[in-house]
Design a protein around this ligand. Structure first.
Ligand code: ADP
Ligand code: MG
Length: 393
């Protein structure tokens, strides 16, 4: 789950990280008052989207009066911002952050993420932070400093000193950096982040360290232990199908193809997508209903697949172990009765209660293409999808 800049800044504040004074608005009428409340003669108006690259695309604007702030916010709200980190449609601006314009001496880069090959958190820093960081990393990778962090011990003092020295920071400022890095790591672990990035981290003209932009990604697999983050869910940039899937604890990822897949078990779901590709088709989604799905979750899963307008055929591939085939069959029948079905349905079932399940489907009066094994199921689904208006790319 990605957080907006203002949400991430509010969280970091609780860990003692310095961020500019500011407030978020969702209507322009509130903007002039906030400029006055901040009480300085220059503010920054920042479009809140779940992507970066705003500075280079007009999403960050400096303003000098309350009226200018209102006009600027008005121009941003409810429009879409396209940056190099969004798709071509861009992201809708529902919130705008108005904050104090900090007087910057230098822009640094500081982040913690997970290094998958080392299987450890990685502290990343650069003296050349700011909007060009991707270019810096591409053209002069030696300017990116990396320190693997011991997940249990945290950052060793010598590592903090090494980072400070490589960033050309000394004296009181290096103590501040040490504290900041420690607080950042505390937040990273406690809030189960997969990324916590400050770019830029400003060295201000009065030698303070101030986080001007924060990116915080929370590991979705840890969300169950963070009910405090539930409030951020409605703002996630995901399709209604994906948010419905989250609600019913279904692992669902929408893809580009047109064969909807309903499978139990992540491994079998991957193998099903491979089989579809092998037969010249394209899966419309990954969907693992899990081993303990209830009738309700199966019904919802089926509805989610059918709500995708790209879907020209549905392939159900079930290996009944803990999840019994007859429960799946009942779910399918119930969902079709509730939602109807407008595309061919191919079913392959094997395992616990498979005979009961077959009888249920046979007696349901529904038009179901029954496959004897996975290979046949994939080939039937691909054929049906092509007959149903599919053009293989
Ligand atoms: P993005 O990374 O999406 O481009 P940032 O928040 O990093 O957006 O802003 C881009 C640039 O705008 C920063 O590198 C910094 O130079 C400037 N900036 C952002 N916030 C402030 C602020 N509060 N005060 C002064 N300058 C700012
Ligand atoms: Mg930034």
């Amino acid at each position: 789950m990605k957080l907006y800049e203002f949400q991430a800044k509010n969280i970091l504040k609780t860990y003692g990280v310095c961020v500019p004074d500011g407030k978020t608005v969702s209507q322009s009428a509130d903007a002039p008052k906030i400029f006055q409340e901040i009480g300085c003669n220059r503010c920054v108006v920042k479009a809140q989207i779940l992507a970066g690259g705003r500075g280079k695309s007009g999403g960050i604007q400096f303003v000098n009066t309350p009226e200018e702030t209102r006009t600027c916010v008005e121009r941003m709200l409810d429009t879409r911002l396209v940056t190099r980190q969004t798709d071509q449609k861009g992201a809708e601006i529902k919130y705008v952050l108005i904050e104090k314009a900090v007087s910057i001496k230098k822009e640094l880069y500081l982040a913690i993420t997970i290094d998958r090959s080392l299987k450890t958190p990685m502290l990343i820093a650069s003296a050349e932070g700011g909007v060009e960081i991707e270019e810096v990393a591409r053209q002069t990778p030696d300017k990116i400093i990396k320190e693997p962090v011991d997940i249990f011990f945290g950052i060793h003092p010598f590592q903090a000193r090494r980072i400070a020295s490589q960033l050309n920071i000394s004296g009181a400022l290096s103590t501040r950096l040490n504290n900041l890095v420690t607080n950042l790591f505390r937040a990273f672990v406690k809030d189960d982040c997969s990324l916590l990035e400050i770019n830029p981290l400003a060295v201000t003209t009065d030698d303070e360290l101030c986080a001007l932009d924060v990116k915080m990604d929370i590991d979705d697999n840890a969300l169950y232990r963070h009910p405090e983050f539930d409030q951020f869910l409605p703002d996630q940039d995901i399709s209604s199908a994906e948010s419905l899937a989250r609600k019913y604890r279904l692992s669902y990822i929408s893809l580009d193809g047109n064969i909807g897949c309903l499978v139990n078990g992540a491994g079998l779901a991957m193998a099903t997508m491979d089989a579809i590709k092998l037969h010249g088709g394209e899966p419309a989604n990954f969907l693992d209903v899990g081993g303990d799905a209830s009738l309700e979750r199966i019904t919802q899963a089926f509805k989610i697949i059918l709500s995708d307008p790209k879907v020209k055929t549905v392939l159900i591939n079930i290996f009944g172990g803990i999840m019994k085939c007859d429960v799946i069959a009942s779910g399918i029948i119930q969902a079709i009765k509730e939602a109807g079905i407008h595309v061919p349905l191919v079913v392959r079932q094997e395992g616990t209660n498979v005979e009961v399940a077959k009888k249920l489907l046979d007696n349901s009066g529904l038009n179901i293409l029954s496959a004897k094994d996975m290979k046949e199921a994939a080939s039937m689904a691909v054929r049906a999808s092509k007959a149903n208006g599919y053009t293989n790319r």
